[in-house]
Design a protein around this ligand. Structure first.
Ligand code: 6PG
Length: 475
């Protein structure tokens, strides 16, 4: 046997990950259920062929890997992972490590751990971010599972991972489902980032009547400042690209119906299950769902009419700056929420998630990589026990500068009838978060009125009931 590691599943992500491994000098055995794909992959591997061992059967595949065998699964999340594990089990021996590198639901990952317990095999749930390019040249890698098993594969993973100023964007984050959980929240934040960018695009397109190219120019400019990030960079590139078929900006020819594969939704679900507000993420997930039912939107736009026609005036510099700051404020709130969800999960699942490390391994390779994450990593290092990002010094001053702009943008968008669900959720969260006296005194009174749930008083200890009289529930 000559391979250091094995990889099953030669789809786009798997194939690129395998080439990345081979390029870093680790011989990799590869297997794909449809054998012809293995052949094509090998033929196209060029010089890297010397480090690729193509295998036609699972038996041969396993035999080609040096024990204890690390085997990466890059197959479709869900049933295919369970089937692949089942198919492999018979050929493996004690100490071998199965690494699920797909976008698994971390609850499935935890179940798989339990199922493999006492089998002698170990399991790693590994989040990989960065799309096709990342997989090929350096993704961000979020690992969960037994630390010992991770140590066996640490050098391969670190060498294929993205580097930020030389530091690999790869880390062991905790046992069990920790890696897949963190990847899920990464995607939830990714959804929020994308949606808020799209909302700003919407204001420029439908509020001001700007064309795609001009909007692209604005994003390109912003990418040189505080919003510097992969997603803003590609937004500019996307908006500036032409459709070869029609000559129009391609974005104007793309149907306005968003897809989603589940990770964003899972992060909203998990946040809800733990009672952690993650409203910007939830709104982003909901916005995709609303977009998906285009027929219904068309009907509703006939019923209610769409937003008023664009002004067709060029937004002046102060408006552009407000939009930039609004996007930044929304981003801060969304990250505060995402990290709060991770913080709570860390307690509930006893993962002891290392927040500064998470911020550090997101600085390069992954889809949400940004300058902002550099600030975040530094702030977390200085204040690792911060209860909420919004209470860390650096972020307090950034938010103080940016929230008035978010307020103006959300208010004006609302008046113009332009939807900004994620930005307004971010603003609502911020305003509620910093409200010393909330309106929950009324909620408590209502609960007590109809259900005798009792309330606390501000001026006396113990549980109390209101003087509701007849018609109210009796305590
Ligand atoms: C990444 C991406 C990647 C993938 C997601 C996107 O971090 O590299 O998040 O994992 O693009 O599946 O999710 P949707 O298909 O739900 O948008």
């Amino acid at each position: 046997s000559k391979a250091e590691i094995g990889l099953i599943g030669l789809g786009v992500m798997g194939a690129n990950l395998a080439l990345n491994i081979a390029e870093k000098g680790y011989p990799v055995a590869v297997f794909n259920r449809t054998a012809s794909r293995t052949g094509t992959f090998f033929e196209n591997a060029g010089d890297l062929r010397e480090n690729v061992v193509p295998c036609a059967t699972l038996e041969e595949f396993v035999a080609q890997i040096k024990p204890p065998r690390p085997i990466i699964l890059m197959v479709q999340a869900g049933k295919a992972v369970d089937e692949q594990i089942e198919g492999l089990r018979d050929f493996l021996s004690a100490g071998d490590i199965i690494i699920d590198a797909g976008n698994a639901n971390f609850r499935d990952t935890i179940r798989r751990f339990d199922e493999l317990e006492n089998s002698g095999l170990t399991f790693i749930g590994m989040g990989v971010s960065g799309g096709e390019e990342g997989a090929r040249h350096g993704p961000s890698i979020m690992v969960g599972g037994e630390k010992q098993a991770y140590e066996r594969v640490e050098s391969v993973l670190k060498s294929i991972a993205a580097k930020f100023e030389g530091e690999p964007c790869c880390a062991w984050l905790g046992h069990g489902g920790a890696g897949h959980f963190v990847k899920t929240i990464h995607n939830g934040i990714e959804y929020a980032d994308m949606q808020m960018i799209a909302e700003i695009y919407g204001i420029l397109r439908d509020g001001f009547g700007m064309g795609a190219k001009d909007i692209g120019g604005i994003f390109a400019k912003w990418n040189e400042g505080r919003l510097n990030s992969y997603l803003v960079e590609i937004t500019a590139a996307v908006l500036e690209a032409d459709d070869p078929m029609s000559g129009d900006p391609i974005v104007d020819r793309i149907l306005d119906r968003a897809g989603q594969k589940g990770t964003g939704r899972w992060s909203a679900i998990e946040a809800q299950m733990m009672g952690v507000p993650a409203t910007a993420i939830e709104s982003a997930v909901a916005a995709r769902s609303i977009s998906a039912d285009r027929e219904l939107r068309l009907l509703a736009s006939k019923t209610y009419g769409s937003a008023p026609a664009p002004t067709n005036t060029k937004p002046d510099a102060s408006v552009i700056q407000d939009l930039e700051l609004a996007l930044f404020a929304g981003k801060i709130a969304a990250y505060a929420q995402g990290f709060a969800v991770m913080d709570q999960a860390s307690d509930e699942f006893q993962w002891n998630l290392p927040m500064p490390t998470i911020a550090r391994i997101w600085r390069a390779g992954c889809i949400i990589r940004s300058q902002f994450l550099g600030t975040l990593a530094r702030s977390f290092e200085a204040d690792p026990d911060a209860e909420n990002l919004l209470l860390i010094n650096d972020f307090v001053s950034m938010m103080e500068e940016a929230h008035p702009a978010l307020r103006r943008v959300v208010a004006q968008a609302a008046l113009a009838g332009l939807p900004v669900p994620a930005l307004s959720a971010a603003l609502g969260y911020f305003d509620a978060f910093r409200q010393a006296r909330s309106t929950a005194n009324l909620i408590q009174a209502q609960r007590d009125y109809f259900g005798a749930h009792g309330f606390e008083r501000i001026d006396e200890g113990g549980e109390h009931h209101g003087p509701w009289g007849s018609g109210a529930a009796s305590a």
